[in-house]
Design a protein around this ligand. Structure first.
Ligand SMILES: *[C@@H]1O[C@H](CO)[C@@H](O)[C@H](O)[C@H]1NC(C)=O
Ligand SMILES: *[C@@H]1O[C@H](CO)[C@@H](O)[C@H](O)[C@H]1NC(C)=O
Ligand SMILES: *[C@@H]1O[C@H](CO)[C@@H](O)[C@H](O)[C@H]1NC(C)=O
Length: 143
């Protein structure tokens, strides 16, 4: 084998080792945030991408929205650095609402009325995107 062939072999071996070329691939995808676009197919080690929360989500102030390419070719970030915006407590006179997890974007709540009243309209609602903010898709009333 000549020197060129040997170098080719070494090159191929390095490429076969994940992370050996010290680059990261496509930036990770999250439902709650998006990378700066256009994205590239590969990024040098220590590239820092500042993500933007997607509509309906807001930055968690205790976490950085930066995603970093590490020397082992993996992207590192804080988990859930954007969180769903809250629709807040809905107003339902003579009634109440019930939720299982939270009142954030995507959440579903149920409504009930005080004794002697009945729900007029759908008895459940979802926290949805409205413009750039979030709101309950509808709120029934108690009659
Ligand atoms: C993507 O690649 C282009 C061309 O190599 C470069 O100019 C640009 O800065 C890169 N973008 C990012 C976010 O690294
Ligand atoms: C890459 O390196 C980071 C930081 O050293 C480590 O936490 C992570 O587990 C590593 N990932 C892989 C796939 O080796
Ligand atoms: C809301 O109502 C649905 C359908 O009746 C039920 O499956 C769900 O468990 C209820 N959730 C809460 C938080 O009450």
């Amino acid at each position: 084998m000549d020197v060129g062939t040997v170098l080719l072999w070494i090159g191929a071996a390095l490429l076969a080792l994940p992370g050996a070329c010290g680059d990261c691939g496509e930036p990770p995808r999250f439902v709650f945030a998006e990378p700066p676009i256009p994205t590239n197919a590969s990024y040098p080690v220590w590239t820092v991408l500042r993500y933007r929360c997607r509509p309906g989500y807001t930055g968690d102030v205790s976490k950085s929205p930066r995603v970093t390419c590490l020397p082992n070719s993996t992207w590192a970030s804080h988990p859930d650095f954007c969180i769903g915006k809250s629709c807040g407590h809905p107003e339902i006179p003579n009634g109440d609402f019930h939720f299982s997890t939270n009142l954030q974007f995507g959440a579903t709540i149920n409504f009930t009325c005080k004794a002697g009243y009945r729900v007029v309209g759908k008895a459940s609602a979802q926290c949805v995107l409205r413009g750039s903010d979030v709101d309950w898709d509808h709120v029934p009333f108690c009659q």
